[in-house]
Design a protein around this ligand. Structure first.
Ligand SMILES: NC(=O)c1ccc[n+]([C@@H]2O[C@H](COP(=O)([O-])OP(=O)(O)OC[C@H]3O[C@@H](n4cnc5c(N)ncnc54)[C@H](OP(=O)(O)O)[C@@H]3O)[C@@H](O)[C@H]2O)c1
Length: 289
């Protein structure tokens, strides 16, 4: 299959690049090849490539900045996604789009299924939700995969940020009352490659297994970082409540995703997030050596 991945420099696209199967002909486009804010260019550029499948790994992901840059977030996360859907419908290629647990308000206390009601708390989540809705309207056969707490060995994310601060010896205050599931970018990439080869349409959830707070995640990064030799000595990690760590955007206090449907249909054996973290840290150590 001719596959086009949009969002070349992002952490997910880099994981897709690392894990891509040899049987596909894959192109990765960054902003230089396709700026998703230039709506008029999307159709022509994609049609020229004539893909069988497009994976949209691009997004406006600055959750706090989105509160004041709503237009920019809306353009990339909604308007561009709608255009992608229109072209996919017209040219009949498969479209896999990635969305987020931040479409939920976090009021539930059991894992969210794809059918659960959405209610984003911030601009980022709202633009992602509007993107999903516009996409399904334009292209009902599209495949949307919502994920949460994405991190990996490449790019700026919670794991690499925490490790950097720990390496500098900075004591940390980390939120303990927001709960979700850290998800390895390598695992999401593997699921996407499986979906590329199947007729998967509709809205799905994917995360690694288990549940954690950001505080739990930070503690695990430190203990595994120490045992893998990525850190020399521990820092103090203090749990704090969200009200003591104010951010521009509100975040769901609970956003665990129920991934069972996608796991079943793509024959994926769930991996606990702590084991997945071990894998990403090993990968990071290899990059650094
Ligand atoms: N990170 C998370 O915790 C998380 C959680 C749930 C869901 N997700 C979703 O997962 C997907 C992948 O996220 P990620 O963490 O890999 O994001 P990321 O590392 O922030 O990468 C986003 C990519 O989008 C590109 N992009 C942004 N605006 C663009 C534009 N106007 N034109 C072309 N490219 C543009 C960026 O390019 P530049 O480098 O040039 O800006 C970057 O390559 C996104 O849909 C995101 O919403 C992420």
């Amino acid at each position: 299959m001719r596959v086009l991945v949009i969002g070349e420099s992002g952490q997910l696209a880099r994981a897709l690049q690392r894990t891509m199967p040899a049987e596909h002909e894959v192109k990765f486009w960054g902003r230089a090849q396709l700026d998703m804010q230039c709506l008029a260019e999307i159709s022509g550029k994609i049609s020229n490539y004539q893909p069988d499948c497009v994976v949209n790994a691009s997004a406006y992901t600055a959750v706090d900045k989105a509160e004041t840059e709503g237009d920019q977030a809306y353009a990339v996360n909604c308007e561009a996604v709608k255009v992608l859907g229109e072209i996919a419908e017209q040219a009949n290629f498969k479209l896999i789009h990635i969305s987020t647990d931040f479409v939920f308000d976090g009021a539930k206390s059991r894992p969210y299924t794809p059918a659960d009601e959405c209610g984003p708390l911030g601009v980022y989540g709202e633009t992602k939700l509007q993107g999903e809705l516009s996409l399904l309207k334009a292209c009902p056969a599209a495949c949307i995969i919502r994920t949460g707490w994405l991190y990996g060995r490449a790019g700026k994310n919670f794991m690499t940020t925490m490790l950097g601060l720990m390496q500098q010896g900075t004591d940390l205050r980390v939120v303990c009352d927001q709960v979700g599931t850290p998800t390895s970018a390598s695992h999401l990439a593997a699921i996407i490659w499986k979906a590329v080869g199947r007729h998967q349409s509709g809205t799905f959830h994917f995360s690694d297994a288990g549940v954690a707070s950001w505080y739990d995640f930070a503690c695990a990064i430190q203990s595994q970082g120490l045992s893998q030799g990525l850190l020399k000595s521990p820092v103090k990690i203090q749990p704090v409540f969200s009200e003591e760590y104010v951010t521009a955007a509100r975040r769901p206090s609970y956003s665990v995703l129920d991934s069972r449907e996608l796991e079943r249909s793509l024959d994926w054996k769930p991996v606990h997030w702590q084991q997945a973290l071990d894998g990403e840290l090993i990968g990071l150590r290899e990059i650094k050596q």
